[in-house]
Design a protein around this ligand. Structure first.
Ligand code: FMN
Ligand code: SF4
Length: 390
């Protein structure tokens, strides 16, 4: 059965993890985070310790530390709650990362629609400055200086992608950059920059305080620890849940009181995977069905064609338009789907769109276009009859 966990929203004394790392060298801090096997909670699951190590190893200065609070994936709403309830914990995660890589300046890139959080975040930052938990010689540690700014996004989904986020931070169009070089080598203003998700950072102080092995008490070998899930759709108890990685879809559905008539679960938002009843025994984790945290539940009353069309319309509007496979691919995919609404769609239309998906995932410049086909392929393969019936 699902084990409910309470790490992210648990009590925390600001400064407590920081004081502990002052007995450690930056390399020891990175090693500890690496041993914990913490992986990024923003979606891609990149090992956090390795990302920090890459930034720490470059001899170039200055370095920057960025908290990605763009949270644009449809169906996810956990990062805003973390920032509302545990901002000091997230900022301490940034401080620990800054100490590890030797950064002295950072940013919280806040989703434009979360503007209502700005004043409370700024108040928290000022309080931490007064407590000498931000600024110069933090907690009497001579030479350790770190301060941060909050910058607001302007409502573009692609700006959650780390390289587009950095372009936006620099005041330019929010467009993805070619990788490599990765931000850890060449990020904000061309300098080494670590970008981490809000939830990832919220685990860091706990890992420092409790040790890396404690983190292995939860989750699986390849997906250590717990994960926040934003649950919405057809269930009696929508909301934010923390479960261990590896939870089975059916156990999650039981916890949130989804009905027996659940027919599909979209895991990982519009760019994620659609699970049908046959998949409910699968595990949610990096080596199973991965997710940045969005879980949308659909019961028998929902029309999966409509769900798919809604996702593709979203992508078509949000594509930054820089590269052809994504810009044209999203529009052609929508056109193809609209054929079903006018009674002109067929099995051949679906096969053509599946070919197009292949090209998009192989040839798009960034993770946006590469992941558009995820929901298309999974919905079409599992609900083909429903779509053809159109
Ligand atoms: C289109 C797109 C949108 C993304 N949006 C977000 C986002 O809103 N928040 C986030 O943390 N990561 C987002 N990511 C992932 C980031 O590029 C990056 O991997 C992440 O911020 C790294 O932090 P982590 O290692 O702590 O997960 C997005 C990626 C893509 C391709
Ligand atoms: S994949 Fe899409 S979002 Fe990414 S660069 Fe190409 S057009 Fe822009």
């Amino acid at each position: 059965m699902a084990k409910k966990i309470d790490v992210v929203f648990s009590d925390f004394t600001p400064g407590s993890a920081l004081k502990k790392i002052y007995d450690m060298s930056p390399k020891e801090v990175i090693d500890l985070v690496t041993q914990s096997r913490l992986r990024g909670r923003g979606g891609a699951g990149f090992p956090t310790g390795l990302k920090w190590q890459l930034a720490a190893e470059t001899g170039i200065r200055p370095k920057y530390f960025v908290c990605n609070a763009d949270e644009g994936e449809p169906g996810t709403f956990k990062d805003k709650m973390i920032l509302e309830k545990q901002a000091a914990k997230v900022i301490e995660g940034m401080l620990i990362g800054a100490y590890a890589i030797d950064a002295s300046r950072g940013f919280i890139y806040l989703r434009g629609e979360y503007k209502y959080l700005l004043s409370s975040l700024l108040a928290k930052i000022n309080e931490l400055r007064r407590q000498n938990l931000l600024g110069d010689d933090i907690c009497q540690r001579k030479g350790f200086c770190f301060d941060l700014e909050v910058r607001l996004g302007a409502g573009a989904y692609v700006c959650g992608e780390e390289s587009a986020l950095l372009s936006s931070l620099e005041g330019r169009r929010g467009e993805a950059r070619n990788k490599p070089p990765y931000p850890a080598e060449k990020g904000y203003m061309g300098y080494p920059t670590v970008v981490n998700n809000v939830e990832t950072l919220s685990f860091v102080p706990h890992i420092i305080l409790n040790g890396p092995r404690w983190f292995h008490n939860y989750g699986t070998e390849k997906s250590a620890g717990s994960k926040l899930f934003s649950v919405s759709g057809d269930c009696k108890k929508p909301g934010i849940y923390e479960f261990e990685f590896g939870i089975k879809i059916k156990d999650l559905l039981k916890e949130v009181e989804a009905g027996e008539d659940t027919k599909a679960v979209q895991i990982g938002g519009a760019s994620g995977f659609c699970a049908s009843k046959d998949d409910f025994n699968e595990n949610i984790c990096f080596e199973g069905i991965p997710t940045g945290g969005s879980i949308i539940i659909f019961n028998e009353s929902r029309d999966m064609f409509h769900v798919l069309k809604n996702f593709v319309e979203f992508f078509q509007q949000e594509s930054c338009g820089q590269c052809t496979p994504c810009r044209e691919g999203c529009s052609r995919m929508l056109e193809g789907l609209l054929k079903f609404e006018s009674g002109k769609g067929s099995s051949k239309t679906i096969d053509d769109l599946l070919d197009l998906s292949e090209t998009m995932s192989l040839a798009s410049k960034c993770g946006f276009g590469q992941s558009v086909p995820n929901s298309f392929r999974t919905i079409v393969s599992k609900f083909k009859d429903e779509i053809i019936a159109r």
